[in-house]
Every structure is written in C-alpha cells, then in structure tokens.
Design a binder for this molecule. Structure first.
Ligand code: KMT
Ligand code: NI
Length: 184
C-alpha cells in the first residue's frame, strides 16, 4: 500500500533506506494530486484481475505499448550502476506511468517548495508522474521490484537531468509549473 512522506535529505545514508523525515506527518494522496501525481490501486492476484483495468487506462490515455521491467541484482545487468542512473533527478516530456506487479520501491517527486516527497509503492500500486515534474526512482532495501511501464506510440521519455541547465528551459517544465499553479 502506498505511503508518502517528506524525505530527510541525509546524503550519507543509502537512498534505499526509508529516509523518513522525523516529526513530519504523512502526505495524503490529495496533496500528491495537486502536484499532478495520480494514483490507483489494482488487484494483482491474477492477470485477469488487472488487465482489463490496465487496458482501460491505456485506451483513455493513448498508451499503445507496454513492457515489464524487473529491477533486481539478478535480473538487471549492472544493477548498482542502473540504480544510480534511476536516482539522478530528472524530468520527461511525457508522463511516466508505472504499475507495480511485485516487490516495492521509491519514487521521489519535488513539491512546489522544491522539497522531496518520497512515495513508497508496492504490488498493486499504479502511479502517473506528470510530464515536467522533477523526480527519481530507487529500489528499497529489498532490492526487488517488477513493474509494468506503459508507452505512447512515439514515446518521449528521455530522462532530462536537472544537473543540465537546459533542462529547466524545456517548454514542458513551464507548462507543468503553470498546471500546478492554481492548485491550492
Ligand atoms: C524509471 O523510470 O526510473 C524506471 O523505469 C525505473 C524502474 S520502474 C520501477
Ligand atoms: Ni523518470
């Protein structure tokens, strides 16, 4: 089940640890929605339970293809290196949708104050990160997550790193910021 909270920003602790900021309350899904982050939960006990829901979302949002990725030391070559890449803060010009089939992991997103919100997802959780939001992914200490990724016909989901000054200039970033401006 999903849980969201402020990240403690302690840099010398492995990012796969929980990093819960002390004395801060959990963040409700309604706050994530104000950042354009959408969340659903589906039954993953069998394919027949979740495929119709996934198909419906694909139809509604024009996703024409999908794949399944397993992020684990056994299944993903150069695991530790990949983990570092996923954890580099970035944005995309398309939304990023992930549906967790097994295991668990963290998606971190920036709020309006540029603070990190950590979202812990496990099996059954589906999340959409809007185009233009700064985010990153990391496994949790179980080092295992199996997720379905959905793609548009001509996907534009190159990771634009925040370390590159030009990333801030992409039109998607300005569009995203104006889209969240009015949410209280
Ligand atoms: C991403 O975009 O960071 C990933 O696809 C990571 C694996 S999805 C759990
Ligand atoms: Ni991403």
């Amino acid at each position: 089940m999903v849980r969201a909270y402020f990240y403690d920003n302690i840099a010398d602790v492995d990012p796969r640890e929980p990093h819960i900021k002390p004395d801060s309350a959990d963040i409700p899904l309604s706050e994530l929605a104000k950042l354009g982050v959408l969340y659903w939960r589906h039954d993953v006990s069998s394919e027949s339970a979740y495929l119709p829901q996934v198909d419906a979302i694909c139809k509604e949002r024009n996703y024409s293809s999908r794949d399944v990725i397993i992020v684990s030391p056994d299944k993903l070559p150069n695991y530790e290196e990949k983990i570092k890449i996923f954890f580099d803060e970035h944005l995309h010009e398309d939304e990023e949708i992930r549906f967790i089939l097994e295991g668990s992991g963290y998606f971190d997103v920036r709020n309006k104050q540029d603070e990190w919100i950590r979202i812990h997802l496990d099996a059954g959780d589906m999340i959409i990160l809007p185009a233009g939001i700064y985010h990153r992914f990391v496994s949790d200490s179980n080092n295992y997550i199996k997720a379905m990724r959905l793609f548009k016909e001509n996907p534009n989901w190159i990771a634009l790193s925040r370390t590159k000054p030009e990333t801030e200039q992409v039109p998607t970033r300005a569009e995203y910021l104006s889209s969240i401006q009015d949410a209280a």
